[in-house]
Design a binder for this molecule. Structure first.
Ligand code: C2G
Length: 130
Protein backbone atom coordinates (compact mmCIF):
# COMPACT_ATOMS: atom_id res chain seq x y z
CA UNK A 1 0.00 0.00 0.00
CA UNK A 2 1.13 3.53 -0.82
CA UNK A 3 1.21 6.02 2.06
CA UNK A 4 0.69 9.72 1.36
CA UNK A 5 1.77 12.41 3.81
CA UNK A 6 0.69 16.06 3.86
CA UNK A 7 1.02 18.94 6.33
CA UNK A 8 -0.86 22.07 7.23
CA UNK A 9 -2.33 24.30 9.89
CA UNK A 10 -5.90 23.87 8.62
CA UNK A 11 -7.10 26.79 10.76
CA UNK A 12 -10.70 27.94 10.19
CA UNK A 13 -11.13 24.86 8.01
CA UNK A 14 -12.41 25.74 4.51
CA UNK A 15 -13.01 24.14 1.12
CA UNK A 16 -9.45 24.87 -0.08
CA UNK A 17 -8.21 22.65 2.76
CA UNK A 18 -10.75 19.96 1.88
CA UNK A 19 -9.75 19.97 -1.80
CA UNK A 20 -6.04 19.58 -1.13
CA UNK A 21 -6.73 16.72 1.28
CA UNK A 22 -8.98 14.97 -1.25
CA UNK A 23 -6.42 15.37 -4.03
CA UNK A 24 -3.58 14.22 -1.75
CA UNK A 25 -5.52 11.06 -0.83
CA UNK A 26 -5.82 10.18 -4.51
CA UNK A 27 -2.03 9.69 -4.69
CA UNK A 28 -2.13 6.53 -2.55
CA UNK A 29 -4.05 4.13 -0.33
CA UNK A 30 -3.48 5.71 3.08
CA UNK A 31 -3.39 9.42 3.93
CA UNK A 32 -1.55 10.71 7.00
CA UNK A 33 -1.87 14.42 7.88
CA UNK A 34 0.50 16.42 10.06
CA UNK A 35 -1.38 19.30 11.71
CA UNK A 36 0.92 22.05 12.90
CA UNK A 37 1.00 22.71 16.63
CA UNK A 38 -0.15 25.95 18.24
CA UNK A 39 3.46 26.68 19.26
CA UNK A 40 4.66 26.21 15.68
CA UNK A 41 2.07 28.75 14.50
CA UNK A 42 3.12 31.29 17.09
CA UNK A 43 6.75 30.96 16.02
CA UNK A 44 5.91 30.93 12.28
CA UNK A 45 3.10 33.50 12.05
CA UNK A 46 3.38 35.40 15.31
CA UNK A 47 -0.14 34.58 16.47
CA UNK A 48 -2.20 31.77 17.94
CA UNK A 49 -4.47 30.03 15.45
CA UNK A 50 -8.22 30.71 15.77
CA UNK A 51 -8.83 27.03 16.50
CA UNK A 52 -6.58 25.14 18.92
CA UNK A 53 -4.48 22.22 17.75
CA UNK A 54 -6.87 19.81 19.53
CA UNK A 55 -9.81 21.27 17.57
CA UNK A 56 -7.89 21.30 14.26
CA UNK A 57 -6.78 17.69 14.79
CA UNK A 58 -10.36 16.63 15.56
CA UNK A 59 -11.70 18.26 12.38
CA UNK A 60 -9.01 16.95 10.03
CA UNK A 61 -9.05 13.50 11.65
CA UNK A 62 -12.81 13.17 11.08
CA UNK A 63 -12.54 13.65 7.30
CA UNK A 64 -13.34 10.62 5.18
CA UNK A 65 -10.09 10.67 3.12
CA UNK A 66 -7.89 10.95 6.25
CA UNK A 67 -6.59 7.76 7.88
CA UNK A 68 -4.34 9.23 10.56
CA UNK A 69 -3.45 12.62 12.04
CA UNK A 70 -0.57 13.73 14.23
CA UNK A 71 0.81 17.01 15.60
CA UNK A 72 3.58 18.58 13.50
CA UNK A 73 5.86 20.02 16.18
CA UNK A 74 8.54 21.53 13.94
CA UNK A 75 9.08 22.35 10.27
CA UNK A 76 12.55 20.83 10.61
CA UNK A 77 11.21 17.32 11.34
CA UNK A 78 9.86 16.58 7.83
CA UNK A 79 12.43 13.89 7.07
CA UNK A 80 11.79 12.25 10.45
CA UNK A 81 8.00 12.22 9.86
CA UNK A 82 8.41 10.84 6.31
CA UNK A 83 10.46 7.96 7.73
CA UNK A 84 8.26 7.45 10.81
CA UNK A 85 5.08 7.02 8.73
CA UNK A 86 6.81 5.25 5.84
CA UNK A 87 5.49 7.82 3.38
CA UNK A 88 5.85 7.03 -0.32
CA UNK A 89 4.59 10.47 -1.40
CA UNK A 90 4.76 13.92 0.20
CA UNK A 91 2.02 16.24 -1.10
CA UNK A 92 1.89 20.01 -0.45
CA UNK A 93 0.10 23.00 -1.94
CA UNK A 94 2.18 24.93 -4.45
CA UNK A 95 2.69 27.84 -2.08
CA UNK A 96 5.47 25.48 -0.88
CA UNK A 97 6.75 24.70 -4.39
CA UNK A 98 10.41 23.63 -4.38
CA UNK A 99 10.71 23.84 -0.60
CA UNK A 100 10.63 20.06 -0.03
CA UNK A 101 12.59 18.85 -3.07
CA UNK A 102 15.39 17.76 -0.74
CA UNK A 103 13.24 14.76 0.28
CA UNK A 104 13.11 13.35 -3.25
CA UNK A 105 15.84 10.90 -2.17
CA UNK A 106 13.36 9.07 0.10
CA UNK A 107 9.89 9.75 -1.40
CA UNK A 108 8.02 11.28 -4.29
CA UNK A 109 7.32 15.01 -3.77
CA UNK A 110 4.20 16.54 -5.33
CA UNK A 111 2.98 20.16 -5.26
CA UNK A 112 -0.69 20.73 -6.03
CA UNK A 113 -2.23 24.02 -7.22
CA UNK A 114 -4.05 25.88 -4.46
CA UNK A 115 -7.79 26.43 -4.67
CA UNK A 116 -8.10 30.05 -5.87
CA UNK A 117 -9.64 32.92 -3.93
CA UNK A 118 -9.99 31.33 -0.51
CA UNK A 119 -7.72 31.59 2.49
CA UNK A 120 -7.93 31.67 6.27
CA UNK A 121 -6.70 35.27 6.27
CA UNK A 122 -9.40 36.35 3.77
CA UNK A 123 -12.05 34.53 5.83
CA UNK A 124 -10.98 36.24 9.05
CA UNK A 125 -11.23 39.63 7.30
CA UNK A 126 -14.62 38.77 5.83
CA UNK A 127 -15.99 37.70 9.22
CA UNK A 128 -14.65 40.74 11.02
CA UNK A 129 -16.33 43.00 8.42
CA UNK A 130 -19.80 41.45 8.95
N1 C2G B 1 -4.46 25.23 0.50
C1 C2G B 1 -5.00 25.14 -0.78
N2 C2G B 1 -5.83 26.12 -1.22
C2 C2G B 1 -6.12 27.17 -0.44
C3 C2G B 1 -5.59 27.29 0.84
C4 C2G B 1 -4.73 26.29 1.30
O1 C2G B 1 -4.74 24.17 -1.51
N3 C2G B 1 -6.93 28.13 -0.95
C5 C2G B 1 -3.54 24.17 0.98
C6 C2G B 1 -2.12 24.66 1.23
O2 C2G B 1 -1.40 24.77 0.02
C7 C2G B 1 -1.58 23.56 2.13
C8 C2G B 1 -2.85 23.14 2.92
O3 C2G B 1 -3.97 23.66 2.20
O4 C2G B 1 -1.11 22.46 1.37
C9 C2G B 1 -2.84 23.70 4.33
O5 C2G B 1 -2.69 25.09 4.25
P1 C2G B 1 -2.33 25.93 5.57
O6 C2G B 1 -3.24 25.55 6.65
O7 C2G B 1 -2.16 27.35 5.19
O8 C2G B 1 -0.92 25.28 5.95
P2 C2G B 1 0.43 26.01 6.26
O9 C2G B 1 0.24 27.05 7.31
O10 C2G B 1 1.06 26.38 4.96
O11 C2G B 1 1.22 24.86 7.01
O12 C2G B 1 4.86 21.96 7.34
C10 C2G B 1 4.11 22.81 6.59
C11 C2G B 1 3.11 23.56 7.39
O13 C2G B 1 2.51 22.81 8.40
C12 C2G B 1 2.11 24.07 6.37
Amino acid sequence: PRTVLTFGTFDVFHVGHLRVIERAAAYGDRLVVGVSSDALNVSKKGREPVFSQAERLAIVGALKPVDEVFVEESLELKRHYIEQFGADVLVMGDDWKGRFDEFEDICEVVYLPRTPAISTTALIEKISDL
